[in-house]
Write a protein that binds this ligand. Structure first.
Ligand SMILES: [Zn+2]
Length: 203
């Protein structure tokens, strides 16, 4: 009995050690994070936000990146991901619909958790990542810092999801998908070819 206990103890100690050794590789979320490139340090700094969402639905595929603006010129109302999160909750959505948010100073914030289905382009959320640049670009121009950030972020997203930025329809503006919007605005939309070219060079 004592021998069995000792053997059992050793067996358990062995598996506990194995478990500890493999935990970083197979622990909950770790494999997923590795697959999605969450720990990829080759990308821009993203300020990780942990907003509460009323539901989490995993996105089945990632084939396209959609560029948006907030359409809000007043930064007191729409200059941060937190403000947009509150606004989108009031729309009855699970929380902020965009996966990434770029402030006027170029800071990139995480909005919705990157592996989740977003709420940013009607009937086009199942295979897209939503990137929103703060501002109303039908009225104003994006800042240089915002352009630098959206280029760096989008190039990184192409790398981590294995997307070809030169392929038609991979990097699009919201208005390419939904006819009832001018998003991302008349001053940002014409910059998409420049964005695609940057991504092709930096993928
Ligand atoms: Zn939009």
């Amino acid at each position: 009995m004592q021998e069995f206990s000792r053997r059992e103890f050793l067996r358990r100690a062995f598996f506990a050690a194995c478990g500890a050794a493999f935990l970083p590789l197979f622990g909950p979320g770790a494999a997923e994070a590795a697959r999605l490139g969450e720990e990829d340090t080759g990308g821009p700094y993203v300020y990780k936000r942990f907003f509460g969402f009323s539901e989490y639905v995993k996105r089945p595929a990632t084939e396209r990146i959609v560029i948006h603006h907030t359409e809000i010129a007043d930064m007191e109302l729409g200059g941060t991901a937190a403000l947009i999160h509150e606004m989108h909750k009031q729309n009855g959505w699970a929380g902020i619909g965009y996966h990434y948010f770029i402030r006027p100073d170029g800071m990139i914030e995480q909005g919705r958790q990157p592996p989740m289905v977003g709420a940013h382009a009607w009937q086009n959320n199942q295979d897209t990542v939503g990137v929103c640049v703060a501002g109303n670009f039908d009225r104003d121009r994006p800042t240089r810092e915002q352009m630098d950030a959206v280029k760096e972020l989008t190039a990184w997203l192409c790398r981590r999801y294995g997307l070809d930025p030169g392929k038609r329809g991979v990097i699009v503006g919201h208005r390419d998908l939904n006819e009832d919007t001018t998003c991302p605005g008349k001053y940002l939309y014409p910059k998409l070819p420049e964005l695609r070219a940057y991504c092709e060079e930096h993928i």
